[in-house]
Design a protein around this ligand. Structure first.
Ligand code: FE
Length: 339
């Protein structure tokens, strides 16, 4: 297992406003979000409020395991993680506490938060279809489900089923279609693979650019990252919003998000920090460096994101319902031999 990286982000610094100095207790955040992306935002929070943030980062699964193993003795006040399956499972395992926050409820649309008020989405991560425009026209594409059709044989690229994003996409299909039909769809995908499943979305998108496959499914922010480094990718790989037809259910939207830990020593400070992260003021800082979309509808996404078009219908399914199907999705993927 990777070693934990602990960083005291800002000691009671001279930059902190005097009125706040030493008055407010620090907030300890366990995060599976990359440190370099979130640190500047936390530094800003410390500068504005005087509240120190202790940050510990690791992969999503590992950080939740650590929180669970520490139990009552855990120093963590906030858990930040990615993927609705991880958020759901953290709540299910009793790692998060229920809090009342009209601010969070006001900033985060209802389908992007826990109905039990234990976690809230903080960024949206759309997972949709990408294709090679030299080989396909958008009119030939329609839905995730359609990619199971035999006419896509040898043309489809997918990410490994061992990864939570694939599991959440299949969990979404389970909520939508039930077990039998979802199994048919996933079997169809596996039959259509152009090559072995990919360990990450970036190499999948590059495989489309290289002509290895005609079509694939990936998170939009990986596309954003590639474009930000090499604008030519935009011509080699195009984005297609999946499932936009009237009865097709909308494109799959995953989340990063967080909640206050069950054994938080500073729950009030934890809640304030989460509320701030969902605010108009912080949402661009939280999402723009990552090419994710703000969860707060009052905030505009990054220009690169606007470049590929943000007019699309997202799936209205509740993130918690999809998260709850994650264990079934994992079993299904195993059963059909999706590696
Ligand atoms: Fe990712």
């Amino acid at each position: 297992m990777k070693r934990f990286v602990t960083t005291v982000l800002a000691m009671a610094s001279l930059a902190a406003p005097l009125a706040h100095a030493q008055s407010e207790p620090a907030v300890t955040v366990y995060s599976s979000r990359i440190e370099q992306l979130i640190k500047p935002l936390f530094d800003r929070y410390t500068k504005e409020t005087g509240v120190r943030i202790n940050l510990l980062t690791d992969r999503g699964g590992a950080i939740a395991e650590r929180l669970a193993a520490e139990g009552e003795g855990s120093p963590a006040d906030v858990l930040l993680t990615v993927d609705m399956g991880n958020l759901w499972s953290a709540a299910e395992r009793g790692l998060l506490r229920r809090i009342e926050s009209p601010t969070l409820d006001g900033n985060v649309p209802a389908n992007f938060r826990d109905p039990g008020s234990r976690w809230w989405g903080l960024s949206r991560r759309e997972r949709t279809i990408f294709f090679d425009p030299s080989k396909l026209k958008p009119a030939q594409l329609s839905t995730y489900e359609d990619l199971a059709d035999p006419r896509w044989k040898g043309k489809l690229c997918l990410r490994t089923g061992k990864q939570t994003y694939t599991q959440s996409l299949v969990a979404m299909l389970l909520v939508k279609h039930g077990e039998e039909k979802t199994e048919q769809i996933v079997r169809g995908w596996v039959d259509n693979l152009a090559t072995d499943v990919f360990t990450n979305d970036a190499s999948l998108l590059q495989a489309i650019a290289a002509g290895q496959c005609e079509v694939g499914i990936a998170n939009t922010y990986y596309y954003g990252r590639l474009i930000s480094r090499d604008a030519a990718i935009r011509d080699k790989v195009h984005l297609f919003w999946a499932n936009q037809g009237a009865d097709e259910g909308g494109a799959h939207v995953n989340l990063s998000g967080g909640g206050v830990t069950r054994h938080a020593k500073n729950p009030a400070g934890a809640q304030k920090l989460l509320e701030w992260l969902s605010s108009v003021e912080a949402q661009s800082g939280y999402t723009h460096g990552t090419f994710e979309s703000p969860v707060n509808p009052a905030v505009e996404p990054d220009d690169i994101i606007k470049g590929w078009g943000i007019q699309f219908t997202p799936s209205p399914l509740n993130a918690a319902d999809i998260g709850a199907k994650q264990p079934d999705a994992i079993r299904l993927l195993d059963r059909v031999g999706y590696r």
